[in-house]
Design a protein around this ligand. Structure first.
Ligand SMILES: C[S@@+](CC[C@H](N)C(=O)[O-])C[C@H]1O[C@@H](n2cnc3c(N)ncnc32)[C@H](O)[C@@H]1O
Length: 214
């Protein structure tokens, strides 16, 4: 996996009138495999930072008993809604405006929270705010599923992830960047979320599964 393969995580291409993330096309099936094994039947899932809405589209087709609540910053809502309307699926709910930096979230309680490639895209204060929000909206024993690149023992796990980190800091936010998995787990623990699984995914990504405890 070269840096060039990693960088397009957020580059989008015009395709069939809706933007398409090439990274999503590559990762949606392995992510859905994990979601299928982790989510309880009839789960209501809040997705944070839904981006193009491709995970919402893919998962709602593959897991029809799961209700998927996408969310995003205001400027990206229309694309997700267009994808929802095109899907015609009732388990793909209208997207909500949700900025993880805000204290008030437009959701009361869900069985699971999913966020793909969001942790490295935001600063530490925003990640802590996101964890606090996840802790508020998750029901007891509910799970948070975080997909993306993480560092271990303070080190990048690939040259591609190092290049991605440099790109995010340069082009998105100098305060963003790939987080240490151990620090993410500590921030989660403050919100009563305990790491129960750390799964290796293709292209030097991981899925962290955090469970809410009393
Ligand atoms: C790398 S993209 C990932 C998009 C999508 N999850 C995916 O996997 O393709 C990161 C997403 O995080 C969203 N984001 C950035 N800051 C955010 C914030 N403060 N609150 C919620 N979402 C945010 C961006 O709008 C963007 O869609």
């Amino acid at each position: 996996m070269t840096p060039a393969d990693q960088l397009p995580e957020f580059q989008i291409l015009e395709h069939a009138d809706l933007p398409v993330s090439e990274a999503c096309l590559r990762n949606q099936q392995p992510i859905a495999d994990v979601l299928e094994s982790v989510l309880e039947p009839h789960s209501v899932v809040l997705e944070i930072g839904s981006g193009t809405g491709q995970h919402a589209e893919y998962v709602t087709a593959r897991l029809p008993d799961v209700t998927w609540q996408p969310s995003e910053l205001a400027e990206r809502i229309s694309v997700i809604n267009a994808r929802r309307l095109r899907s015609g699926r009732n388990n793909f709910l209208p997207p909500l405006v949700l900025d993880v930096a805000q204290d008030l979230w437009p959701v009361k309680q869900v069985d699971a929270v999913f966020a793909a490639n969001v942790a490295h895209f935001i600063s530490w204060p925003k990640l802590r705010s996101m964890m606090a929000g996840v802790g508020r909206v998750l029901r007891q024993t509910g799970v948070a599923i975080l997909y993306g690149p993480f560092n271990y023992d303070g080190a990048f796990t690939s040259d591609g992830n190092k290049a991605l980190d440099e790109w995010v800091k340069r082009d998105i936010d100098p305060a963003a960047g790939i987080k240490d998995m151990e620090q993410v787990v500590l921030a989660a623990r403050k919100e009563k979320l305990r790491l129960i699984k750390d799964i290796a995914m293709p292209a030097n990504n991981r899925i962290l599964i955090l469970k809410k405890y009393a």
